[in-house]
Design a protein around this ligand. Sequence first.
Ligand code: AR6
Length: 182
Amino acid sequence: MTTLTRRIGSAQLEVIVADITTLGVDAIVNAANTSLLGGGGVDGAIHRAAGPELVAECRTLHGCKTGDAKITKGYRLKAAHVIHTVGPVWNGGTHGEDDLLASCYRRAIELCREHKLTSVAFPAISTGVYRFPAERAAEIAVRTTIEMLPLAPSVARVVFCCFSEPSAKLHAEALVRHSGPC
Ligand code: AR6
């Protein structure tokens, strides 16, 4: 199984294959929709594991724009917080999809900085129901995260929590490209 750990500056970046709802990090990121009221995929799994208090808090947030992110508590999750972000629906790549996906990672890490969080786990945002090509998404995820780290010194650990071996391989390859082979 592909797992990889790289140190970049003072932060550790990891690629793992896991169910993100099981991770004991300060925040897990949710690949939500603009309503923030739940859905399928990782969104459904996070809401199921967090319990009904999560959707109750989400109702107070009045949705979220594509490319933006909002934070809630984690309720019954091991993670203390959930950062809900809304990735773009893939529509051929000429509708700003790359920038919107990068914005999800940027806004999530900005929230980590604002809330002084030290560890955060990302799913492969937009690569499921929203059909963003997996390799292109992994490159954007890793590159944007690494670009943001100097601006978020509280963040000591970032986990790319993949749900399949092929997804982990793509994230590991991107991490090696951006951090060197050893
Ligand atoms: N842990 C980690 N990753 C997961 C998990 C899990 N438990 N479950 C799925 N994934 P998707 P999107 C992976 O479809 O493409 C929802 O209905 C999955 O394999 O969850 O951003 C929302 O409400 C894929 O790699 O999110 C929106 O309407 C990745 O998570 C819409 O789907 C993202 O797949 C968002 O679509």
